[in-house]
Design a protein around this ligand. Structure first.
Ligand code: NAP
Ligand code: ZN
Length: 347
C-alpha cells in the first residue's frame, strides 16, 4: 500500500480536513503518480457538500490532477518513471461497451469509475480524488503531459479544459462563429481561451461587473453584464453558439433569445436546482438546448496536445492545502481568478 496524505470532506456541512489514505499497490497496468498539483472544480464543492445527491464520506475530491510518475506496473507501455502525467474525471470504465470502444468512456453503459465519490469496477472499493499526494490509476485513464509546460496551470485542463473543448469541437466552432460564454469562472475562462483559439468571436455574459477587463484580456471581444435585462436587447438573434458554465440556477430564456435560428446552447454548468426556460424561446427559431459531459480519453489527450501546441494554460491562484475551505467559499462567490490549484507539497 502507498500511504498518501490528503484532504477529505467527512460530511456535507463540515469543512474539509487533513486525511490519510492508502493507495493500492500497482497492478500490472497501473501508473503510480506523485501528485504535484490539483485544481479545485466547482463539481468538487457540489459533491463535498452533497448538493447533487448523497455523497459517500469520507470523500477526497479533486479531478484536475498532474504529477510525476514514480512507479509503473509490468504491463505499462506508455509511461515510465519520471514522466509527467495527468488524470481527469474518471479512472476506469468497462472498456467493452460501445461508448468505451469509441473512446467516449464518460458515457460507459456498464460502470464508469469517476475519480471520486464512486467505486472501482469491483463495485465496492471507493475511489478517492486528487486532493492528495499520490494516486494509482490504470494506464488507459492517464494522460501524457509535455515536459517544460507550466504544470500548475495545466492541471485544470483535465476538467475545465476538456469540458469546454469537447462541445466547441462537437459543434465545429471556428472562424466566423459568434460564441457566447455564460459565467466567467474556471470553465468559462477556458471556454473563452479555447473558442478564441479556434477562431471564434466571443461574447462573455457575466454577473460580475469587475470581470469585464479580465474577459477582454482573456480574449473576449464583447462583455455583457447579465444582471441587467436591457443589455440583452441588442443581442437577440445574433449568436451561433452558447456554452453555459453557470453553477447555480438561472433563467435560460434570455440566452436562447440571443441565439440565431437553428443554433444551439450547450449546458455544462450543473446547477443542483432546476432552471427556468420559456418554451417559446426554443420554438421561435427552432433552437436547441443541449448538454455535454467532460470528454473521453482520446479527446482529452487531443485537447491537451492542442493546448500545448498553442500554449493555452489556465489562469490560476496557487494555494496550500490549508486554504481549501477558504477557496471553496471564494469560488462560490465567483471570486477566483480563475481556478484555485492546490500545491500538493503542502498536505
Ligand atoms: P466556477 O469557477 O464557480 O464558475 C461558475 C461561474 O458561474 C461563476 O464564476 C459566476 O460567473 C457564475 N455564477 C455563479 N453563480 C451564479 C448565479 N447564481 N447566477 C449566475 N451566474 C452565476 O465553477 P466551474 O468550476 O467553472 O464549474 C461550473 C459548473 O460546471 C459547475 O456546476 C460544475 O459542477 C459544472 N461542471 C460540469 C462539467 C461537465 O462535464 N458538464 C464538468 C465540470 C464542471 P460570473 O461571475 O461571471 O457571473
Ligand atoms: Zn470538474
Amino acid at each position: 500500500m502507498i500511504a498518501s496524505k490528503a484532504y477529505a470532506a467527512l460530511s456535507a456541512t463540515k469543512p474539509l480536513r487533513p486525511f490519510r489514505l492508502e493507495r493500492r499497490d500497482p497492478r500490472p497496468d497501473d501508473v503510480v503518480i506523485e501528485i504535484a498539483y490539483c485544481g479545485i472544480c466547482h463539481s468538487d464543492i457540489h459533491t463535498a457538500r452533497g448538493e447533487w445527491g448523497p455523497t459517500a464520506y469520507p470523500c477526497v475530491p479533486g479531478h484536475e490532477i498532474v504529477g510525476r510518475v514514480v512507479a509503473v506496473g509490468k504491463k505499462v507501455r506508455g509511461f515510465k518513471v519520471g514522466d509527467l502525467a495527468g488524470v481527469g474525471c474518471f479512472v476506469d470504465s468497462c472498456g467493452t461497451c460501445k461508448p468505451c470502444r469509441q473512446h467516449e468512456e464518460q458515457f460507459c453503459q456498464k460502470h464508469i469509475a469517476f475519480t471520486y465519490n464512486a467505486t472501482e469496477l469491483d463495485g465496492t472499493t471507493p475511489t478517492q480524488g486528487g486532493y492528495s499526494t499520490h494516486i494509482v490509476v490504470g494506464e488507459k485513464c492517464v494522460f501524457r503531459i509535455k515536459k517544460g509546460v507550466p504544470l500548475a496551470r495545466v492541471a485544470p485542463l483535465l476538467c475545465a479544459g476538456i469540458t469546454t473543448y469537447s462541445p466547441l469541437k462537437r459543434y465545429a466552432i471556428g472562424k466566423g462563429h459568434r460564441v457566447g460564454v455564460v459565467g466567467l469562472g474556471g470553465l468559462g475562462h477556458m471556454a473563452v481561451k479555447l473558442a478564441r483559439a479556434m477562431g471564434a468571436h466571443v461574447t462573455v455574459f457575466s454577473t460580475s461587473p469587475g470581470k469585464e477587463r479580465d474577459a477582454k484580456k482573456l480574449g473576449a471581444q464583447a462583455f455583457v453584464l447579465s444582471t441587467n435585462a436591457d443589455n440583452f436587447v441588442p443581442l437577440v438573434g445574433t449568436l451561433d453558439f452558447i456554452i453555459d458554465t453557470v453553477s447555480a440556477k438561472h433563467d435560460f430564456t434570455p440566452y436562447l433569445n440571443a441565439l440565431k435560428h437553428d443554433c444551439t446552447m450547450v449546458l455544462v454548468g450543473a446547477s443542483p436546482e432546476p432552471s427556468a426556460l420559456l418554451a417559446s424561446s426554443l420554438i421561435m427559431g427552432r433552437k436547441r438546448l443541449a448538454g455535454s459531459l467532460i470528454g473521453g480519453t482520446r479527446e482529452t489527450q487531443e485537447m491537451l496536445d492542442f493546448c500545448f501546441r498553442k500554449k493555452i494554460y489556465c489562469d490560476i491562484e496557487l494555494i496550500p492545502a490549508s486554504q481549501i475551505n477558504e477557496a471553496y467559499e471564494r469560488t462560490i462567490k465567483g471570486d477566483v481568478k480563475y481556478r484555485f490549484v492546490i500545491d500538493a507539497t503542502t498536505y
